[in-house]
Design a protein around this ligand. Structure first.
Ligand code: NAD
Ligand code: DAU
Length: 372
């Protein structure tokens, strides 16, 4: 039986991509899902072990910057949808090595857009969809006007750490090479709609957490370090604020928006769940200690304040009201529940952690920061 749709998910072997692939492969047996991924240090097919034998799933190892290959994959498979997650995603790496961010995030996105256009435009745009996954970091940073945190923040207007949120109307003010590259890719996606009529959608999401996140990012790095009683390198004073969303809630939003979102629209995705880094870190320590059977808080002394990240954005907070009002999406998981699930997952999957923290990754970090 021919498939109803064929969708490429780029970056499907990465953290968020693997959750999106798993959701689509399981929920839509009538779709052919092609995971197109270069398998950089952040891509890992072990993230998809449980679905790799499903008949509606294929993996193609390819670089989104490789125009001929991408075009061939779209054309030979009669692809009608692209969900684009492939990117260089770590801010610290972008500060050390900005060029690969421009190459993958900007030129890679442009390559995909142009290849899709070449394949789709001759027969018309009907039924086609190019969905680009972006970040809240393109909006820059918000002020920390309630530095002590107001527990009633969400009720009394704004969030617990400040009056304002990022809405879809905010202007782009990226600060890091990572966010500058993502901002540029967002502009190219919108330009392909405005210039050629390509049916595009862009979403900007806040910080994700959950299983399969590469342990260079705050949450998995710190869980692993607490487990191994290694120092927890807190940048600056730990006062920066991030808005955390469980990764499966992001994947559900992507599913909904891919199917029901309006063409040429932007949707912000976030959990109204702001945390100051230092407070989040204390929750991580307490949860990890408890699950390991250690006295809660006994690893507080691992907290080590280190030199701040260059250009460190102070606060992110997403207003996802549009997504809620127009499409009815809301996060399903309370933060406490999500953190508990996440810590448990990393503790139960030490082999996964050991595999991804060996080899190139270790060498990279040893060179950059010393052994962390
Ligand atoms: P990740 O680093 O875990 O995974 C990126 C994936 O892209 C990897 O599988 C990697 O192999 C693949 N990739 C990299 N370069 C490639 C190339 N040239 N060709 C093909 N594949 C390539 O990233 P993530 O955290 O899962 O983020 C996925 C997307 O979501 C990114 O676009 C990111 O900007 C965006 N995003 C992430 C977050 C977050 O909190 N992690 C929040 C909002 C938006
Ligand atoms: O907001 C969405 C973005 O969230 C995504 O677009 C990015 O791909 C994703 O990496 C993430 O960016 P952040 O820079 O916010 O995430 P990270 O986990 O690197 O850092 C979270 C916060 O913790 C940030 O304020 C920096 C701080 N931090 C991070 C690390 C790795 C530390 O204090 N120490 C650390 O060792």
């Amino acid at each position: 039986m021919p498939y109803k749709r064929t969708i490429i998910i780029t970056g499907g072997a990465g953290f968020i991509g693997s959750h999106v692939v798993r959701l689509f492969v399981g929920k839509y047996p009538e779709y052919h899902i092609i995971n197109l991924d270069k398998l950089t240090y952040a891509g890992n097919l072990a993230n998809l072990k449980d679905i790799e034998d499903k008949p509606n799933y294929s993996f193609i190892k390819a670089d989104i910057c490789d125009y001929e290959t991408v075009k061939r994959v779209i054309s030979e498979n009669k692809v009608d949808g692209i969900i684009h997650l492939a990117a260089e995603s770590h801010v610290d790496r972008s500060i050390t090595d900005p060029f690969v961010f421009a190459k993958t995030n900007v030129l890679g996105t442009l390559t995909l857009l142009q290849a899709a256009r070449e394949c789709w435009e001759p027969d018309g745009w009907e039924g086609k969809r190019f969905y680009h996954i972006s970040t809240d970091e393109v909006y820059g940073a918000l002020e920390l006007t309630r530095p002590e945190g107001d527990p009633d923040g969400n009720e009394c207007g704004g969030g617990p750490y400040g009056e304002d949120f990022f809405t879809e109307e905010n202007k782009y003010q990226p600060h890091s090479p990572y966010s500058a590259a993502k901002a540029s890719s967002d502009h190219f996606v919108r330009a392909y709609h405005d210039t050629y009529g390509m049916p595009t959608i862009v979403t900007n999401c806040s910080n994700n957490y959950g299983p399969y996140q590469f342990p260079e990012k705050l949450i998995p790095l710190f869980i692993n370090n607490i487990r191994n009683r290694k120092p927890l390198p807190v940048y600056g004073k730990g006062e920066n604020v991030r808005d955390w969303l469980y990764v499966e809630d992001h994947a559900r939003a992507i599913d909904l928006i891919f199917h029901k979102g309006e063409i040429a629209q932007t949707y912000n995705i976030g959990g109204f769940n702001e945390w100051k880094n230092i407070d989040l870190i204390k929750v991580l320590i307490r949860t990890t200690d408890r699950l390991l059977g250690r006295p809660e808080g006994s690893d507080d002394d691992l907290i080590t304040f280190v030199t701040d990240r260059k250009g460190h954005d102070l606060r992110y907070a997403i207003d996802s009201t549009k997504l809620k009002t127009e499409l009815g999406w809301e996060p399903s998981l309370q933060f406490e529940e999500g953190i508990e699930k996440t810590v448990r997952w990393y503790l139960d999957n030490q082999e996964w952690l050991d595999n991804v923290t060996s080899g190139d990754y270790q060498n990279y970090y040893s060179e950059m920061y010393g052994n962390r």
